[in-house]
Design a protein around this ligand. Structure first.
Ligand code: HEC
Ligand code: HEC
Length: 293
């Protein structure tokens, strides 16, 4: 798979060599008031043609020659949607979040980390925005407010407490398992419910342990990950998980939890998700999961 993709990419690089006409003649003002020179856009286009087009397509529609059969489709830039922004999802994100996805890649997808300089990354980011001019171009367009990573109220010393609280936030406060799967037995769930002053259950929903595929604005159903099995795309530290939970995932069912649940609940859920991710590839996973059959 890797081999054939490399061949396709090499082939495209060769094909595109020598036929890069300058396309942009005018400077533009991007959302957030950033003035972008036509030179920058043309430079971004040349980088895009060389490295990105194979997957993201000539027209930025995500249907490049190497996109076929990918479990997670390349982003269709024409929709103007960014999943992993640093603003409440639905608002326009800042460039540094997009640059982070370029430099770090999106784990568990074909989007690899790209070894681009800051200038190159910036130019290609401005260029891909031109595929969705109605979203990104215009000086009156505003970017969302950047989400600040607040001070971690737990810290390593109180990690166990954070995870316990996070388990309750996940299953009883935010009901994350309404899309993702649940990770507690009926007894554990009833303990969480009674601690929260809620009624106990006689049995769990039949899809409590199932992943529920979600419609999205991207044109395909998105899959809420099982944290003990799938990769989390946008970063796996507790801080990165905090940001993702606060921001949500743009254009998908994954909501922004900022101002929906308490800030310390977001931190606790981040610790809890991280603890589930620790089970991935660990010998303890089998035993942990076997309790849910
Ligand atoms: C091998 C295929 C492939 C190549 C080549 C590729 N990408 Fe991607 N890219 C993807 C996939 C797949 C996704 C979607 C991941 C997801 O939805 O989680 C993606 C997503 C993205 C996103 C969306 C991030 C977000 O938060 O929504 C951006 C921006 C992006 N790619 C830019 C680029 C740029 C710039 C290049 C070239 C330097 C590039 N990609 C090359 C496959 C590729
Ligand atoms: C309404 C459905 C829904 C609910 C409720 C929901 N999620 Fe999600 N979640 C999703 C979907 C869909 C995705 C996958 C988005 C994608 O990558 O395309 C996702 C992705 C994620 C990711 C991965 C982000 C990444 O970078 O790949 C994390 C972490 C996450 N959810 C945690 C949570 C937590 C914790 C809760 C509860 C506080 C929660 N989710 C509630 C639908 C939901």
């Amino acid at each position: 798979m890797k081999m054939s993709l490399n061949l396709v990419l090499m082939g495209l690089a060769v094909l595109s060599f020598g036929c890069q006409e300058n396309h942009f003649k005018e400077d533009v003002i991007m959302a957030g008031g950033r003035y972008v020179k036509s030179d920058t856009l043309n430079y971004g286009k040349s980088i895009y043609t060389e490295y990105c087009m194979a997957c993201h397509g000539v027209n930025g529609d995500g249907a490049g020659v190497a996109a076929k059969g990918l479990a997670v489709p390349p982003r269709n830039f024409k929709l103007g949607l960014i999943k992993f922004g640093n603003v409440v999802s639905g608002e326009l994100t800042h460039d540094d979040a997009i640059a982070k996805s370029l430099h770090q890649g999106l784990k568990g997808s074909a989007m690899l980390p790209w070894d681009l300089s800051e200038n190159q990354a910036d130019a290609v980011i401005q260029y891909i925005k031109t595929f969705a001019p109605k979203t990104w171009i215009g000086k009156e367009k505003e970017l969302g407010e950047k989400i600040q990573i607040t001070k971690d109220p737990f810290g390593l010393a109180r990690k166990t407490l954070a995870i316990e609280k996070g388990k309750a936030v996940y299953h009883a406060v935010a009901n994350c398992q309404s899309c993702h799967r649940g990770y507690v037995t009926l007894n554990e769930y009833n303990k969480i419910l009674s601690d929260a002053g809620e009624d106990k259950l006689d049995e769990l929903d039949e899809d409590f342990y199932k992943i529920k595929l979600q419609d999205s604005d991207h044109g395909y159903a998105t899959m809420p990950p099982d944290f003990t099995w799938h990769e989390v795309r946008s970063g796996d530290s507790v801080e990165e998980l905090y940001l993702r939970l606060a921001a949500g995932v743009g254009g998908t069912g994954m909501p922004a939890w900022k101002d929906t649940i308490e800030d310390d609940e977001i931190w606790a859920a981040a610790y809890y998700v991280r603890s589930l991710m620790d089970l991935k590839d660990s010998p303890g996973r089998k035993e942990f999961m076997s309790r849910f059959k």
